[in-house]
Design a protein around this ligand. Structure first.
Ligand code: AMP
Length: 149
């Protein structure tokens, strides 16, 4: 049977697979919701990381969180987009991973999330790891294993 433990996957760390911070769209915790919604709509992403002004990871914000926040009884209260800031709406309760973590830990971390944020020991944001990249890597190794049999 295919064993992740005994394969080359064991040699791969989060660092090899992550999208580095400079290529990741993000917003700051003090930004108005309007700015976050613009970033989300223009980038086409459903959620992006939230950082503080010192580039420390704070959480994530999604289109759904913003739409839920501005939903009134009968209409979207769009005036709330400029009145509220990202930190009032964002989700802080999200897992993070370290760039030195193993492929197996990365695989586990994306089971319930389309992406996880990569954060260092001081809380500084290093990038993100997507479920797509993990599945791609796993798929490649499964094919290589099957072809080698
Ligand atoms: P993907 O696997 O490319 O579909 O990405 C899954 C999710 O990860 C997206 O919906 C975004 O929330 C996030 N994501 C992927 N790439 C980026 C990026 N370059 N900047 C910000 N968020 C991203």
């Amino acid at each position: 049977m295919f064993s992740v433990q005994s394969s080359e996957l064991q040699q791969i760390s989060v660092e090899d697979l992550m999208i580095p911070a400079e290529k990741v769209a993000h917003v700051q915790n003090q930004n108005p919701l309007e700015h976050a919604l613009l970033v989300l709509v223009k980038s086409g992403y459903s959620a992006v990381p939230v950082l503080n002004p010192s580039f420390r990871f704070e959480g994530i914000i999604s289109k759904t969180m913003i739409l839920d926040h501005i939903l009134g009884i009968e209409r979207f209260e769009v005036e709330k987009l400029s009145a509220a800031t990202v930190k009032e709406v964002m989700d802080r309760d999200v897992p993070t991973i370290n760039k030195k973590d193993s492929f197996l830990k990365a695989l586990k971390s994306v089971i319930n999330h389309p992406f996880v944020c990569v954060v260092d020991e001081d809380g500084l944001f290093d990038g993100i790891l997507t479920r797509r990249v993990i599945l791609k890597q796993l798929n490649r190794h499964l094919h290589e294993y099957n072809n080698g049999r």
